[in-house]
Design a protein around this ligand. Structure first.
Ligand code: 3HC
Ligand code: NAI
Length: 708
């Protein structure tokens, strides 16, 4: 849909109400500070100063929000005047008291506008914050200069470095707002406050003169603490360090100079690849729910959930459903298993109680919505069933036959399988139109990703129901097609293979993990194997052994490790050693000896790999398979691959996802790498036709995000 951009006069209306000039920002959906809004605000403040009848000014947002910040869509384009700092400074310079009345989002540039006003009132639903850091940015319209003056360096740094939203009551106690107001009418609250200020002859009160930095020693101590913390926690990130230094500048320099330096640092953030990656992630996670079925069909009724299997996944899924407010019926094989299933669910809540994040009464209330049974008849009335039994197609088919027998017509029948053919599972029922894949990630109550796997015969309203379930559960859903491993595990298998080849050719698993961590992942692939349990991958490899291409290179190191019973953390040993249940592993010389023996067996002379080369191979494998997944329609768009990896596989968010990363590196370079590696192993490094096509046409993956 294309819309004509609003003119400044449309985006910002102003009208005189007695002695007060009311300025209304009207730029749906969230009143972002587009060029038109900035121009409109400038014109409105000029009008307020020029008009003698006006004694005070009120700024409000049209609709449910004040202002959600700068217009993110404008970043990366040529900046248009006036800049947001100019607008804020103009508001602050106004010769008449300016009140901002806040409701809904007052975020980023929105809060900076509010801080430039002279007085602030917030309704109960207001959420205030400086979330720029989450977009690879820093406040760039006076936030780093005004917030410390208003609420002190410590509180300002905490807000800017966390990016968290603050509710009205907390904003009042921090000093971000002057008062709270009842109801949901920001105009009425703002007008009442402005009238009161006029009646008491309240002066113009500029935040630039506020005294939050008066205790210099305290401010310096807060900055030092934030600097040390940021060096530790955000070493791969660009903007948090700039935020700390901007507050240092705010302390050391006069107001105007600090504003100028803030702007320079902000522009450096704008130009950073991290900003591009993080803003891509912001939009991608909003686009990912826009799938054809969800647009075409309304979801079915979804008030109750059934779960088959109360093991690792079944219990985690049960917690997700309970936390979404849904009643849950769990069915297990026998009494002992259902008792264990219930205990697995309770264990999660007991953990929360232990950490003080839940009361025992709240647990009792939640568990009242949970029931267990060994009889499938318990599913007679549920709207949706999720199967999470052993990963065995025959077991799953038998379960689906039972579900087909007992569930009411129209119930959604979902499987949590990681790899199995969902079309085949659907075919074991008389109602394949109701069967879908809901692939949760472990631990299911924590991990945000939910792959919604769409088999050939499923009806659109079932897909739509799955997206509705994800929303209720606060998951990030990605639509995937049926294939071995869907989007995530299929691509994982390929780059894991690349890691195995690098290992056999000369790098140790520890060097590979370190390179991957250096790229920004929290863990490397061998650490992940140890955490998940090496036996899971081993079972998959054995299952696939018969269908493996005998010409394809196969690295046996992991099998040798598993044959010794070294399954990772749970056995105290895997690729790493975990003495006395330690969670961080130590390199194991015996694993290195296994690797060496495998090399010798194949006559491989080990060579050196730099971290950079490791990552080039790792990422080329990931991107190439990602391109195949998009081309085959397993993922709708490249951005679906990105979101899968951001939310399910620990891909560093500041890089935007593998496909965005490839765009930023440049697709010709990635393809060049693949062609170079193909000289060693043409079977593995076969360039994806889509990648070749995009390079030939001078396009990138993002062109496909817009196309669908
Ligand atoms: N600019 C442009 N579009 C924005 C936007 C922004 N700042 N914030 C939200 N949108 C768009 C979304 O993309 C979405 O568009 P779509 O309907 O086409 O998908 C629409 O507004 C609604 O957004 P949500 O789906 O996220 O709606 P919610 O109600 O769930 O959340 C929100 C609303 C809390 C405001 C959330 O959108 C949000 O957190 N927005 C970003 C806020 C932010 O980061 N502001 C700082 C910007 S940087 C800045 O201000 C720099 C300054 O310091 C100079
Ligand atoms: P698990 O072994 O922990 O639990 C399986 C449970 O199913 C057991 O409690 C068992 O008693 C029960 N069960 C077996 N047959 C049953 C039947 N006929 N009726 C009722 N209950 C039955 O297994 P886990 O790890 O929870 O995996 C379950 C499914 O989830 C598998 O398909 C797996 O591939 C998938 N999955 C697993 C992930 C993981 O990381 N563990 C991640 C994502 C999906």
């Amino acid at each position: 849909m294309t819309t004509t951009p609003a003119t400044p006069a449309e985006a910002v209306r102003h009208q005189i109400q007695g002695e007060i000039l009311q300025i209304t920002v009207d730029n749906p959906p969230v009143n972002a500070l587009s060029t038109a809004v900035r121009r409109g605000l400038m014109a409105a403040i000029e009008a307020a100063d020029a008009e003698p009848r006006v004694k005070a000014v009120l700024i409000v947002g049209q609709g449910a929000n004040f202002i959600a910040g700068a217009d993110i869509r404008e970043f990366g384009q040529t900046p248009q005047p006036p800049s947001l700092p100019e607008v804020c400074n103009r508001i602050e310079a106004c010769g008449k008291p300016v009140v901002a009345a806040l409701r809904g989002a007052a975020l980023g540039g929105g809060l900076e506008i509010a801080m430039a006003a002279h007085y602030r009132v917030a309704l109960a639903d207001a959420k205030l914050g400086l979330p720029e850091v989450q977009l690879g940015l820093m406040p760039g319209a006076g936030g780093t200069v005004r917030a410390p003056r208003l609420i002190g360096a410590a509180a300002a740094l905490e807000l800017m470095l966390s990016g968290r939203h603050v509710k009205a009551q907390e904003a009042l106690s921090l000093g971000l707002v002057d008062r709270l107001a009842e109801g949901d009418d920001a105009v009425a609250a703002g007008l009442a406050y402005a009238h009161e200020l006029l009646a008491s002859n309240a002066p113009v009160r500029r935040t630039r003169d506020a005294q939050g930095l008066a205790d210099r020693a305290a401010a310096q101590a807060a900055i030092d603490a934030a600097r040390a913390d940021t060096a530790k926690k955000s070493k791969n990130l660009f903007s948090p360090h700039r935020i700390v230094e901007a507050v240092q500048t705010a302390l050391d320099k006069p107001f105007d100079e600090a504003m100028t330096l803030e702007r320079q640092a902000f522009m450096a953030c704008i130009d950073s690849p991290q900003r591009a990656g993080l803003i891509h992630a912001f939009f991608a996670e909003r686009e990912v729910v826009k799938v054809p079925e969800a647009k075409a069909a309304q979801p079915r009724k979804l008030d109750t959930v059934g779960i088959v299997g109360g093991g690792t996944m079944g219990a985690g899924i049960a917690v997700s459903a309970l936390d979404a407010g849904l009643p849950v019926v769990m069915v297990e094989r026998d009494d002992a298993s259902i008792a264990r299933g219930r205990a697995n669910v309770e264990k999660v809540y007991d953990g929360l109680i232990k950490k003080g994040r839940m009361t025992p009464e709240a647990k009792t209330a939640v568990m009242a919505r949970f029931s267990g049974s060994t009889d499938y008849a318990a599913f007679a009335d549920v709207d949706l069933v999720i199967e999470a039994v052993f990963e065995d197609i025959e077991v799953k088919k038998a379960v689906f036959k039972e579900l087909d027998r007992v569930c009411k017509p129209g119930a959604v029948l979902a499987t949590n399988t990681s790899y199995l053919d969902i079309d085949a599972i659907a075919a074991s029922t008389s109602r394949p139109q109701d069967v879908i894949g809901l692939h949760f990630f472990s631990p299911a109550n924590i991990m945000k990703l939910l792959e919604i796997v769409v088999p050939a015969k499923v009806s659109a309203d079932v897909v739509s129901t799955a997206f509705a379930l994800a929303k209720k559960m606060k998951k990030v859903p990605v639509r995937a097609g049926v294939c071995d491993g869907f989007i995530g595990n299929r691509i994982l298998a390929v780059y894991k293979q690349a890691a195995d080849y690098i290992m056999e050719d000369g790098a140790s698993p520890y060097e590979i993990d370190e390179a991957v961590r250096g790229f920004g992942y929290p863990m490397g692939p061998f650490q992940v194997t140890d955490l998940a349990g090496g036996d899971i991958g081993w079972a998959t490899r054995k299952r696939r052994a018969a269908t493996r291409d005998p010409k394809a290179r196969y690295v046996e190191v992991a099998d040798r490790v598993c044959e010794r019973g070294w399954f990772g953390q749970k056995t105290g040993r895997g690729f790493y050693l975990y003495p006395e249940g330690a969670r961080t592993g130590q390199p194991d010389p015996e694993v290195l000896a296994i690797v060496d023996a495998e090399r010798q067996k194949k006559g491989i002379v080990p060579r050196q790999f730099t971290p950079e080369e490791i990552m080039r191979r790792y990422m080329a494998a990931m991107v190439n398979e990602g391109a195949k997944v998009v081309e085959e329609g397993i993922a709708l768009r490249p951005l679906d691959v990105d979101v899968t990896f951001l939310y399910g596989y620990g891909f560093p968010r500041f890089r935007g996802g593998p496909m965005k990363y490839a765009d930023m590196v440049g697709l010709p370079k990635v393809l060049d790498d693949i062609r170079t590696f193909a000289k060693e192993d043409p079977l593995f490094w076969k360039p994806a036709p889509l990648l070749e096509k995009l390079v030939a046409e001078g396009r990138d993956f993002s062109s496909l995000n817009q196309a669908r």
